[in-house]
Design a protein around this ligand. Structure first.
Ligand SMILES: *Cc1c(COP(=O)(O)O)cnc(C)c1O
Length: 221
């Protein structure tokens, strides 16, 4: 087995153990393998090992790698987890099965327009800026309920859950707890939270998707 496939197996085992330890139903946490900056050959190894859900951060990079990979592995599911510019909405709708970085009205409007044109709709997660960091994308916690309502009622987008990226210099658990609370009061079941360093804490607090990159693919250059 390659190092990558060994690490994938270790992460899968750790996710199952965390489900058990924290009283989560077996299989209730899905792994998003974050393959940004990684070459198609390494992604292919992970696909051949059975992993099907992947995350990418850049539309252009995903467009270069994924159409060929999806041809070989038609049941692969691709999630957009990076900041999305409105002028990339069409390509994003064409390429991605799930968009996790929906975070503003102008983007929601553009996505709704492209869904109507392309005739295919991704599923959506609203990104919440739980740490209220100026440099980070995401809707502010206090504005999230209203934003979700507008996405659903005005733009007709299927909102499946919420996503957050906690501040790098703070313990993540309060952010995971806040995200879970906002999701619950909006009737949302999906919670995308937790990365290589903190996915177990996220599972404890209710994650349904964990986004793990470097712990599978190795450090990024
Ligand atoms: C890069 C990235 C990840 C994966 O981070 P690792 O620390 O490598 O696991 C997860 N989520 C988002 C939004 C990312 O940009």
């Amino acid at each position: 087995m390659s190092d990558t496939v060994t690490r994938l197996a270790e992460i899968r085992t750790a996710i199952s153990r965390a489900e058990r330890d924290f009283g989560r139903e077996a299989g209730s946490v899905a792994l998003v393998a974050v393959s940004k900056t990684k070459p198609a050959e390494q992604i292919t190894e992970v696909l051949e090992a059975g992993q099907r859900i992947f995350g990418e951060n850049y539309v252009q990079e995903a467009k270069a790698k994924w159409p060929a990979l999806k041809e070989r592995f038609p049941d692969a599911e691709l999630h957009m987890i990076g900041p999305l510019q409105s002028n990339k909405a069409r390509e994003a709708v064409e390429l991605f099965d799930v968009i996790q970085s929906l975070d503003r009205e102008s983007l929601a409007k553009e996505l709704a327009r492209e869904i109507a044109r392309v005739g295919k709709a991704p599923r959506f997660f609203v990104q919440v800026n739980t740490g209220e960091e100026a440099q980070k994308g995401g809707v502010l916690p206090a504005e999230t309920d209203a934003f979700i309502a507008r996405c659903r009622e005005i733009h007709g987008l299927a909102i499946e859950g919420l996503m957050c990226i906690p501040p790098a210099d703070e313990p993540p658990s309060p952010h995971f707890g806040l995200l879970a609370k906002i999701a619950a009061r909006n009737g949302l079941k999906g919670l995308s939270m937790g990365m290589s360093a903190d996915y177990e804490a996220a599972i404890q607090l209710g994650a349904t998707y964990v986004r793990v990159g470097s712990a599978i693919f190795g450090a990024r250059g």
